[in-house]
Design a binder for this molecule. Structure first.
Ligand code: GTP
Ligand code: MG
Length: 601
């Protein structure tokens, strides 16, 4: 067996470079021991730590384990750690590392799919005596799915197989076959005796037959996220902060650059809305201003003119390749939920900083992550199963292929309050709202901006613009409630308008009024009119008979969906539309009007 010595460039990189690595593998195969050894043998432990942990073991008359070091460090670092696996740091002459230890199977999977691990490379540890076990494979599958392609395989506990080259070669052979099927070509396979420290940092006389790099050498040869710099710029918007100084209406768009770089003066476009501006400044948290930022940096962007941006949008440079936008996607998922993933249920999908309700339209195939067998079709996905599915999203999201940018390529699925799965988007399908979305994108992109900022209008009118859509079963009550609401708000000094659909149909729509099959065009025009009035800062009330979810989706593709509130009047609590407020039929118009005013405006 020959082992590739080095396939990666060994250019000298800066000391500030940080490479996150996750250590995975089957239970008890020696993950924590490998890490403990790495820390010890590179003198990375706090002074006296090793002695302290050893003394502790002696006191409690239990044998010392390198894994205990991780626990001891974990306790020390407990504050400020938001993930449940231990993260330890060490550095070599080349760069710094964050090593993510994954205690137990479930934790690891969760950390992997939530992206908390953010690993760029992995050490996959296998017990040479026990051989390749199901989690050796399952973890390999997940690394591949999540786009972590740099994998160093450590065949550990070689002492238990008499440091046999033959056993090593057999294991390499067997595991390589599996990894090939999941599209991973390991950087190197390393035989090790972590307990003694063999081939972790120091070489070991008993394995002179092995000429390849030690674990430490292999780590230093990995490529780091620096290469992300060359990718197109992506920054999921984390938050939008307002300057509080009097008369200052600037905002800071905060986020972490996921890939690429950005400079002051660049033209920036937000997806999926298409809102566009120029980067005026790049601020950093308690650090001097910069004119440039790149992958991994947390920054706050100020823009030359104010556009409405919100958490979940993805900032992109207008001259670089665009992300995809869709509300219907093909995805590869891995399910962790206690309850099965089923078609009838709604989940929340989180990608980057965006969040939307979603459901499974179709299970295309189920994949066993251990033996890689595939079953086509199916109604539910069980825990620890992988599957290819079609997901429908309530709101379109921007995304990239996983090999482009992990932050905009990975998502998690939340069931109730729990992360129940995760995956990657393989492709976006055309959905029936695409045409509307594209058109709204282009309209926003071309928008002629006013010198009066949205903020100034809000301040002047003392209100947030809103589109209140009142729909439902009951005859004329929608209009009665709408009128009462308009009157009340008007009397309170609000800028408000009740737009009867008839007013649009007989005016803006006069040319298509009697034409068949123009339903969506009517909606599109209504939504464009609403968009203008919302931009003017108005609270707009629109009524319609039994709007469906489809109708709402058309309107949402055109109008900023954050500004839309849906009121359903009727006793059916599960109509074919997701609403923000339901007014039961027995409630009086006056009461209903007050409900809307209190809860939605
Ligand atoms: P979990 O976190 O529980 O999944 O286990 P782990 O993979 O972190 O394994 P850990 O490092 O805790 O090691 C498990 C056991 O294997 C411990 O008793 C270690 O001392 C032992 N072990 C680790 N490496 C070696 C080795 O190279 N040789 C031998 N003989 N034992 C080892
Ligand atoms: Mg462990």
């Amino acid at each position: 067996m020959t082992v590739s010595n080095s396939t990666t460039p060994t250019t000298q990189l800066s000391q500030t470079e940080l490479l996150p690595i996750v250590v995975v593998g089957h239970v008890d195969h020696g993950k924590s021991t490998v890490i403990g050894r790495l820390l010890t043998d590179t003198d990375s432990l706090p002074q006296g730590k090793l002695e302290q942990v050893k003394a502790n073991c002696q006191k409690n008359s239990k044998p010392f384990e390198y894994a205990f070091l991780i626990d001891a460090l974990k306790d020390e670092q407990a504050q400020g750690i938001t993930i449940d696996s231990a993260r330890v740091f060490f550095k070599t002459q080349k760069r710094k590392y964050i090593i993510i230890d994954a205690p137990g199977h479930i934790e690891f999977l969760k950390n992997m799919v939530t992206g908390a691990a953010r690993a760029e490379a992995a050490l996959l540890v296998i017990d040479a005596k026990e051989g390749i076990r199901e989690n050796s494979k399952r973890h390999g599958y997940l690394l591949s799915m999540l786009g972590i392609r740099q994998v160093v395989v450590v065949m550990n506990k070689m002492d238990l197989v008499d440091y046999s080259e033959k056993v090593f070669d057999q294991l390499v052979d067997e595991f390589q076959k599996f990894l090939l099927k999941v599209d991973i070509e390991p950087v190197v396979f390393i035989p090790a005796d972590a307990r003694q420290g063999g081939m972790i940092v120091e070489r070991l006389a008993q394995m002179e037959w092995y000429q390849g790099p030690t674990v430490l050498e292999a780590l230093d040869r990995l490529e780091s996220g620096i290469s992300n710099k060359q990718l197109p710029f992506r920054m999921p918007v984390q938050d939008v902060y307002k300057f509080t100084n009097f008369g200052d209406d600037r905002r800071i768009i905060a986020g972490t650059v996921a890939s690429g770089q950005i400079s002051v003066g660049d033209e920036i476009v937000f997806y999926p809305s298409g809102k566009k501006s120029i980067v005026a400044g790049i601020e950093r948290f308690s650090a001097p201003q910069k004119t440039q930022a790149s992958s991994g940096e947390a920054v706050g962007l100020t823009l030359a003119d104010q556009v409405y941006v919100r958490r979940g949008d993805v900032a992109v440079l207008s001259h670089e390749s665009a992300p995809k936008v869709s509300s219907r996607v093909k995805a590869n998922i891995f399910w962790l939920g206690k309850d099965d993933l089923c078609k009838s249920k709604r989940y929340v999908l989180k990608i980057g900083t965006a969040k939307t309700v979603c459901w499974v339209e179709e299970i295309l195939k189920m994949i066993d992550a251990v033996d890689l067998t595939e079953h086509f079709g199916g109604e539910r996905v069980l825990r620890h199963q992988a599957a290819e599915v079609v997901l429908c999203l309530e709101r379109a999201v921007a995304f990239d292929r996983i090999d482009l940018t992990k932050e905009t390529g990975r998502f998690v699925l939340v069931d109730g309050y729990h992360i129940a799965g995760g995956g990657i988007i393989l492709e976006g399908f055309e959905d029936q709202f695409e045409q509307f979305r594209d058109e709204a994108f282009y309209r926003n992109y071309k928008w002629i901006k006013s010198d009066i900022a949205q903020e100034q209008r809000k301040e002047r009118y003392g209100q947030q613009p809103r589109l209140i859509l009142i729909t439902g079963e009951a005859g004329e009550r929608r209009k009665d409630i709408a009128r009462a609401l308009e009157k009340k708000l008007f009397e309170q000094g609000r800028l408000v308008y009740f737009l009867g659909i008839g007013n649009v149909i007989h005016g803006v729509d006069a040319d298509i009024q009697d034409q068949e099959g123009m339903g969506q065009e009517h909606l599109r025009r209504l939504a464009e009119v609403a968009n203008l009035m919302l931009d003017a800062g108005m609270i707009l009330i629109v009524t319609g008979i039994e709007f469906s979810q489809n109708d709402l989706n058309v309107i949402q593709a055109i109008v900023d969906s954050d500004l839309i509130k849906v009121v359903w009047i009727g006793n059916n609590s599960k109509p074919d539309i997701s609403y923000d407020l339901r007014i039961p039929l027995e409630m009086s118009d006056l009461q209903g009007m007050e409900e809307i005013r209190e809860k939605l405006i």
